[in-house]
Design a protein around this ligand. Structure first.
Ligand code: NAD
Length: 247
């Protein structure tokens, strides 16, 4: 039985991934922060097509909520075989002079601590060490971790840099436990996040700078995530897949 948990799955890349995983036979935990109606709509999209899914509310930055979410998916669907660490936040474009400690901490607690907590709970379930059957984790990072997002979101870029290093270290730590850990690094993807983060004209400017001259669709990222989770990628771990239109 293939069972996946996708964080931040009520919209955007997480939603597309949850739906594609269900099409590929996974029972799916659809994590959401606050938009219960949107999460239930994703669950409904899956179940009307004969799939299995449940909505799971949890703030990934909150340890107790993460632990409770993993307990619930274990009880209701079974031991997970796949985790997609996708939920993330990005604030408005700004230079470093205007970065508040509050904003930095919020970005790090969601984009970094949240990923760590979910990885920790997933490893406890999947690891051969604990009697698990193994599994696969995909962390959703960003091209910003390579490019730095200067003058825009260096806080966000740095948080994604931590996601990259988490991927490398964890992949090595759990390789012998039957768990693969990989990372996707999307560039400009058409979701509500990209629409909310920048000044007018930014999207056109970024698009023009891309070798492929276009942004990507959430479904294109979902395809890459699903491949990394699948048995087709059974010898792939600690790797980074760039989904940034050639940049
Ligand atoms: P999105 O804003 O549409 O989706 C992010 C989801 O995460 C939302 O549903 C949000 O509610 C959820 N979320 C935020 N904080 C949470 C928390 N504390 N607990 C639980 N859920 C939480 O954005 P998206 O574009 O689909 O982003 C998905 C991932 O892709 C993010 O990690 C983002 O950094 C990454 N990414 C996006 C782009 C892009 O251009 N859209 C580019 C690079 C990387």
């Amino acid at each position: 039985m293939k069972i996946a948990l996708v964080t931040g799955a009520s919209r955007g890349i997480g939603r597309a991934t949850a739906i594609l995983l269900a099409e590929q036979g996974y029972a799916v935990g659809v994590n959401y922060l606050s938009n219960e109606m949107a999460a239930r709509a994703v669950v409904n999209d899956i179940t009307v097509n004969g799939g299995r899914a449940i909505a799971l509310q949890a703030d990934i930055a909150d340890e107790a909520q993460v632990v409770a979410m993993f307990r619930r998916i274990n009880d209701e669907l079974g031991p997970i075989t796949a985790l997609v660490n996708n939920a993330g936040i990005l604030f408005q474009q700004t230079t470093i002079e205007n970065l508040s400690a509050e904003r930095i901490n919020k970005v790090l607690s969601t984009n970094v601590t949240g990923y760590f907590l979910c990885c920790r709970e997933a490893v406890k379930i999947m690891s051969h060490r604990h009697g698990g059957k193994g599994g696969a984790i995909v962390n959703v990072s960003s091209a910003a971790s390579r490019l730095g997002a200067p003058g825009e979101y260096v806080d966000y870029a740095a948080s994604k840099g931590a996601v990259d290093t988490l991927t490398t270290g964890l992949a090595l730590e759990v390789a012998a436990c039957g768990i693969r850990v990989n990372c996707v690094r999307p560039g400009l993807i058409y979701t509500e996040m990209h629409a909310s983060g920048g000044e007018p004209g930014r999207v056109d400017r970024v698009k023009a700078s891309l070798p492929m001259q276009r942004g990507g669709q959430p479904e294109e990222v979902a395809q890459a995530i699903c491949w990394l989770l699948s048995d087709s990628a059974s010898y792939v771990t600690g790797s980074f897949l760039e989904l940034a239109g050639g940049k």
